[in-house]
Design a binder for this molecule. Structure first.
Ligand SMILES: Nc1ncnc2c1ncn2[C@@H]1O[C@H](COP(=O)(O)OP(=O)(O)OP(=O)(O)O)[C@@H](O)[C@H]1O
Ligand SMILES: [Mg+2]
Length: 263
């Protein structure tokens, strides 16, 4: 059975571009002929909103999958998968996901509930599963890391960005040791960079000095078109005139190249 590459897009810090990266990476992978599934793991539902999700008719979300796994019940996976107008498949989040850490803690193997949920044969049709994590380092994020092959960390090009990374890399190592030895750092993505400023150049240099090739060569610039795209519920990648869209296509190519280098 083919196994999708599962990537957690995560950073404990809020507003660094996780959701924008998750969606446009998926759109870029789809443009490159891959079949991605996006999963919204944040009760803020930003990814679901960005994808134009309407939960009024079909209410199955990632909460249904997680909570029924803890209860030992089966939920039809297909009924949780939604399709957006751009052709992206996704599992949305619900507000209820805010209670996930306490629900997960009821499970005997509380760190691997999501891992069990995603290892279903229906998932094997996908080439990639992209998990958009919330800005936290809680049991839900631990579950995402335990379920993943790789972690992609967007880092905003600003002061203190590098300091915040240490805690997260420590968590990645802990999950590697305790729950998921397969977990790899896919890469750190510099986002919202204004390369005209000394600050952005210094942050980029500090990250490249510390992490070398683990920092993606593509740097995502700060551009207003990102928030326009969020509001219009359209990916940047599928807008041929979008500069950020071109950057995210390059990111998708790097991700594909790194994935095959690792396997
Ligand atoms: N390259 C960019 N240039 C300018 N604005 C951006 C860029 N990328 C994302 N943004 C904007 O910054 C805000 C935060 O981005 P996003 O929601 O992707 O971050 P996040 O890390 O997922 O946030 P949270 O931690 O709240 O989940 C959004 O309004 C988004 O449109
Ligand atoms: Mg987000």
């Amino acid at each position: 059975m083919k196994k999708p590459i599962i990537i957690s897009v995560t950073n404990e810090k809020g507003g660094v571009g996780k959701t924008t990266t998750a969606l446009n990476l998926a759109a870029g992978l789809a443009t490159a002929g891959k079949w991605p599934l996006l999963i919204d793991l944040d009760s803020q539902q930003n990814l679901s909103d960005y994808l134009g999700c309407d939960l009024s008719g079909r209410n199955r979300t990632i909460s249904d999958l997680i909570y029924s796994a803890v209860a030992g019940q089966d939920v039809d996976l297909e009924s949780c998968i939604h399709h957006n107008p751009e052709g992206l498949d996704y599992i949305p989040a619900s507000k209820m996901l805010a209670t996930a850490p306490s629900i997960l803690s009821n499970d005997r193997d509380s760190g691997t509930v999501l891992q069990r949920t995603l290892r279903q044969k229906e998932m094997s049709r996908y080439d990639y599963i992209i998990l958009d994590c919330r800005p936290a380092l809680d049991l839900l994020v631990t579950n995402a890391l335990a379920a993943s092959d790789a972690v992609l960390i967007p880092v905003q090009a600003e002061k203190f960005a590098v300091d915040g990374l240490e805690g997260l890399l420590g968590t990645v190592s802990r999950v590697q040791r305790s729950l998921n030895p397969e977990l790899q750092l896919l890469g750190v993505l510099i986002t919202m960079a204004d390369r005209r400023t000394n600050m952005a150049r210094e942050v980029e240099k500090a990250l490249r000095d510390a992490l070398g090739e683990k920092v993606f060569s593509i740097v995502i610039p700060r551009m207003i078109e990102a928030s326009v795209s969020t509001n219009n519920q359209r990916s940047l990648v599928n807008d041929p005139s979008s500069k950020l869209g071109a950057c995210y296509k390059s990111l998708a190519e790097e991700v594909i190249a790194r994935g095959s280098a690792q396997s």
